[in-house]
Design a protein around this ligand. Structure first.
Ligand code: SF4
Length: 404
């Protein structure tokens, strides 16, 4: 059995380092102006060169998304970008536009080409078509069932297949939607969705605009259009047996805390599967971890049932019990303590945990100090504080706190 790849989103250099630290096999990144994600989730080329070098030192691959639907004015920029990506040793380029594909084939024929889920590949004939065009990997449409994916893997075994196994889902078909562009002038088709499908809505009768009908569940508003998030950790054997080689997590816009939690949790699960595929059991503590990131309830999406439209959760906008508290800046061996860069307000009564790739350590915020050992009762974003810690901790490790 080929070892399946755990593929993690990296919206910037810090998130790339976090993904590498917590066990990613590969990361995917956006490149400034040319990926379907907003600017804050994209790399400039200097940062990307650093990220590729560091990731390769740890045996982690880096794929770059060039999945815009290019206009004529973009073509020259894309050709230059493709050359620079090839020079820095990128492991694959993710495209959706046949024009971009053609530029890569003709100017950098050695580069691996991955077809984005944005291209909506849903059948064997389409996979064969893209193979003939020089594509080596396809990110299949999220709307397929595992049975259909298995048929594709059986018919075109030489094509690498990648699917999403975790993250936010869309109410529109593979993100082809104008709701955000219409409401906010920020288009999901440019990677800039503001997710208005998840907002609270009132129903108005036009003759009585002052008397809205409020859709309520248990005194809360109803989120009728908000899809639950995808989560397949319980079904890794079914996913891998379908013939998929790359397991992708959604969320280049998500936080460094999200990256840490999903990477290490799926790493634990995948390692457990690889040790004993037949005996794989999803542990309750893994599911508990995935409930400590912001989510909207979990679903298996379309993978087991093509009849359903994305499952919504009308009662819940999102659930969030924990948040990023800070990151480790360095380990002080002599003092057996960690220096932490605080990212969210910390008080001495907070419940704080340090996330390591293989363990979770409870920290005592009553022993949070300044460099001189002076006890600090409250630390704000930007503060640097120390916590006692017997175990040596890698730089970049993430601390979380329970939300009151
Ligand atoms: S508004 Fe909602 S349905 Fe439309 S693209 Fe954004 S997330 Fe998807």
């Amino acid at each position: 059995m080929a070892r399946p790849e755990l593929l993690i989103p990296a919206g910037n250099l810090e998130k790339l380092r976090t993904a590498v630290l917590y066990g990613a096999d590969a990361v995917y990144v956006g490149v400034e102006g040319l990926s379907l994600r907003a600017r804050q989730a994209e790399f400039n080329l200097d940062d990307l060169a650093v990220g590729v070098k560091e990731a390769h030192q740890q045996g982690v691959k880096v794929y770059a998304a060039l999945n815009i639907f290019a206009r004529n004015r973009d073509l020259e920029t894309i050709a230059g970008m493709v050359r620079q990506l090839a020079e820095m040793g990128i492991d694959g380029v993710i495209v959706s536009d046949p024009g971009v594909l053609e530029i890569i084939k003709t100017t950098q024929p050695g580069l691996s080409i991955h077809l984005s889920t944005q291209a909506n590949t849903t059948n064997v004939a389409a996979v064969k078509f893209w193979k003939a065009q020089g594509v080596s990997r396809i990110v299949l449409a999220r709307e397929l069932t595992l049975a259909e994916i298995g048929e594709i893997a059986g018919e075109v075994p030489e094509m690498e297949l990648e699917i999403f196994i975790h993250g936010a889902m869309c109410m529109a078909y593979s993100g082809r939607c104008y709701l955000s562009a219409y409401r906010n002038r920020r288009s999901s088709n440019q990677g800039d969705c503001t997710q208005p499908c998840r907002w609270e809505y009132l129903l108005l009768e036009s003759t009585r605009p002052d008397s809205p009908l409020i859709l309520e569940e248990d005194a809360r508003y109803s989120y009728l259009l908000s899809s639950k998030d995808l989560c397949l950790i319980e079904y890794l054997p079914e996913v891998i047996n379908s013939g998929v080689g790359s397991l992708k997590i959604e969320g280049r816009m998500k936080s460094v805390y999200y990256v840490a939690v999903v990477t290490r949790t799926y790493r634990w699960a995948l390692n457990s599967y690889l040790r004993d595929p037949a005996g794989y059991k999803c542990l309750p503590e893994w599911l508990a971890e995935l409930r400590k990131i912001s989510y909207r309830g979990y679903t298996t999406g379309f993978y087991f049932n093509e009849e359903i439209i994305n499952e919504t959760n009308p009662e819940v906008k999102y659930i969030q019990t924990h948040d990023l508290a800070g990151t480790v800046l360095e380990y002080d061996r002599a003092g057996k303590r960690i220096l932490v860069g605080v990212r969210n307000r910390l008080t001495s009564d907070a419940q704080v945990e340090l996330l390591l790739p293989d363990a979770t350590i409870k920290l005592d915020p009553e022993r949070m100090t300044a460099a001189d050992g002076f006890i600090i009762r409250e630390a704000h974003n930007g503060y640097q504080v120390y916590f006692p810690c017997e175990r040596e901790v890698p730089k970049g490790a993430v601390l979380r706190k329970k939300i009151d």
